[in-house]
Design a protein around this ligand. Sequence first.
Ligand code: ZN
Length: 364
Amino acid sequence: MKLPNALIAALALTFASAMPAAAKDADARLVLVTLDGLSWQELFRGADPGRAADKALVEDLPAIRRDFVDVPDRALALTPFLHNVVAKQGVLLGDRDHGSCAAVTNDQWFSYPGYNEILTGRVDPAIDSNEHGPNKNVTVLEWLNGRPGFQGKVRAVTSWNVFSDILSVGRSKLPVNAGWAAPAPRTAMEKTLGRLQDQTPRRWAGVRFDVFTHGYALESLKHDKPRVLYVSYGETDDFAHDGRYDQTLIAARRTDGFLAELWSTLQADPAYAGKTTMIITTDHGRANDTKPDGWKSHGKPQWADSNQSWIAAIGPGIKAGAKVTGGCAGANQVAATGLQALGLDWKDFDPQAGAPLPIFRAGN
Ligand SMILES: [Zn+2]
């Protein structure tokens, strides 16, 4: 079909005026995702061949070898979406084998201090236990939820029940769907998810299987259309603590698939397509390279180097392949990076927070 020249000109004008606004800020959206304790070593090197061949750590040795070891590229086999899509169209920081570096800046190296740092942009030395109780600090989610344009448009869906404390729901009143507690269903899908969740075996008392977190997150995107969604997956940490290397690998690949599904869902929805940034990171590393069983654990001081992490981002304002030079990218920079992606001034949130990562295109 040939379009009349006048129509082409009109269309060009429409797009020329619509594109910058859509890409910039008026309705910019953010999806923040964390994968608990997925090590940068597994992310960038893929499965460790020695551990993958250890029958104390792996139930089905041939299957694990076939899927994760005897493959053309082990990293790609483990987390294809992060490498094929995010690293190419956005950034994937923290490959220390190739001169990239990311880390948490707190000196605890476990979950509550890590999530507090990610979500508030700074370290609170008073947080030295996962049983810290309700967070006195205001997270970027709580702050956004009180701002014009964001009120009632912030959601969190998490596998770990402690997020009720980390996000201080008693004070923040944020809608947080955390752990095995099924929320009151609002849709047919939520009803099904709640029923299946209640009928599923529970391996960990405080951490539900990620499939439910993922299902609720997708349903929230459809039903709530939040401007800011936080999704926190947990299995990559808990299977490692259990000493199940096979399940840790399978969880990493499964969660990478969740990321791919989140991203494709966003791109298929006009409410999100072309104006949503997805930031993905982890709350701590693991002591993979420093102790024989270090891959199972983390925490200072006994699990050296478990402050090492990784950070990824993809979205309309993110510069593909941007590098961070002159030091490590810090977990304390994630909150400000998210705010910049939303077109907001991070200093209005907290001038003491870590600054945004220098991963934006000019003008963003
Ligand atoms: Zn852990």
